[in-house]
Write a protein that binds this ligand. Structure first.
Ligand code: ADP
Length: 400
């Protein structure tokens, strides 16, 4: 029997997963990846193996929830991959509060603590926790590990984590948490594969996907990031507004008489690239529309302008810069966004190498004091690594 680790990333109507083989030395090796999509409408289940060959492609016409999705997945594993023994499940959990600096083994106390954080991330946390509760009732003895998007930022200096609010607000947990930590942790772990100096240097990582943020790394540790209390702050994103004068929210509530829920919908779902372009949140579609559509061009220009300005702010937080890393959907694939951002950063010593950029890097600048890189992220591997470390710590603790 081969011991495998299941990594889950649950959204409101999706359940993404990867299955890793736990090996004795080195990183866990991915064997399958797949997802359930459209759970609230017409579920679709797909699985691919390590060579990207399709193993499952199945659809239903009636909606179902995470529980049936998990039953389908575990019974598929049992029936078709009998040689694998599920050793543990790891979950991507958006919020770990101020206490968790790393992954944790879930028990009753931890689950209660994570449920108490739901008001801080109401759009994500409840969906992330649901599969944990389901697995606890389906397979009560199976170890479950929670890995947080916030944990990597917890060692930031206090000044980087605080809003200038009254202390009683701060005591209630109103502070800058930061997100995308699993992605940043992975990138920090592979910097030395690209350039020995980067791992111990001053680096800004640009995680540019549908959700987008920047993280300043010094010596591989997060010292500042653009997202704050919620995943709204910082850069404009696919459908989120990014940093906004809080006065706009009062205007929407008082003058436009919108409800808090309506304001939330606008800021999370109708703003960003979608709001500005009036067209789409998809960068590929914006790029093809931009030559003839003024608003599509404007949406991209605002996105790039904000990235350049925020990188400038993180360079100040780092006291200089040795490298920039582009990652996630736009960062890894959109040649034009990388070149526009790097042109805006010529003042910081970045010299775009157009041919290398068009080829996808990994280095996309001419060799200089400061270089830019394209590095594909791997949040699921971060989770699998977190699981291995929590499980081996637990085993060690039980042995003494
Ligand atoms: P999520 O935050 O949902 O995980 P992704 O990291 O998958 O998002 O990024 C999605 C974004 O990446 C979309 O705006 C998409 O248009 C963009 N993207 C993906 N592939 C390309 C590509 N080849 N060229 C330009 N943009 C791309």
């Amino acid at each position: 029997m081969v011991s495998v680790l299941l990594v889950l990333n649950a959204g409101s109507s999706s359940l993404k997963f990867q299955v890793f083989e736990a090996v004795d030395a080195g990183d866990p090796q991915r064997i399958f990846r797949g997802q359930f999509e459209g759970l609230s409408d017409a579920p679709h289940f797909s699985v691919r193996d390590g060579h990207d060959a399709v193993l499952v492609d199945r659809s239903w016409t009636e909606p179902f929830g995470h529980e049936q999705a998990l039953r389908e997945l575990t019974s598929w594993l049992r029936e078709h991959r009998g040689e694998y023994r599920l050793a543990a499940i790891g979950h991507r959990v958006v919020h770990g509060g101020i206490r968790h600096h790393g992954p944790v083994l879930v028990d009753d106390g931890v689950l209660r603590e994570l449920e108490a954080l739901e008001p801080l991330a109401p759009l994500h946390q409840p969906h992330n926790l649901e599969p944990i509760r389901i697995v606890r009732s389906m397979m009560p003895d199976l170890p479950q590990v929670a890995c947080f998007d916030t944990a990597f930022h917890r060692r930031q200096p206090e000044v980087a984590q605080l809003f200038a609010l009254p202390q009683d607000m701060i005591r209630m947990g109103v502070r800058r948490y930061g997100f995308h930590g699993l992605s940043y942790e992975y990138i920090a772990s592979v910097l030395s594969d690209y350039d020995a100096g980067l791992a111990s240097g001053r680096v800004v990582v640009a995680h540019l996907g549908n959700g987008a943020s920047l993280c300043a790394l010094a010596n591989g540790e997060s010292v500042a990031t653009t997202m704050g209390f919620s995943a709204l702050e910082g850069l404009p994103m696919g459908t989120r507004c990014g940093s906004l004068d809080a006065g706009v929210v009062f205007f929407m509530l008082r003058e436009l008489k919108l409800s808090p829920g309506e304001v939330e919908q606008i800021l999370y779902k109708k703003s960003g690239l979608l709001g500005l372009s009036g067209l789409t949140n998809d960068m590929r579609k914006l790029r093809s529309a931009a030559p003839t559509n003024r608003d599509a061009r404007l949406a991209i220009d605002v996105f790039v302008y904000r990235i350049v300005r925020e990188i400038g702010s993180l360079i100040a937080a780092l006291g200089g810069i040795d490298g920039i890393v582009f990652t996630a959907g736009i960062g890894e694939h959109d040649v034009a966004t990388r070149s526009e951002v790097l042109r805006g950063l010529a003042w910081a010593g970045f010299q775009l190498d157009e041919a290398a950029n068009a080829a996808g890097g990994p280095r996309v600048t001419r060799q200089g004091a400061a270089n830019a890189w394209v590095i594909p992220t791997n949040e699921e591997l971060s989770i699998a690594r977190g699981m291995v470390s929590v499980l081996s710590e637990t085993r060690r603790a039980l042995a003494v």
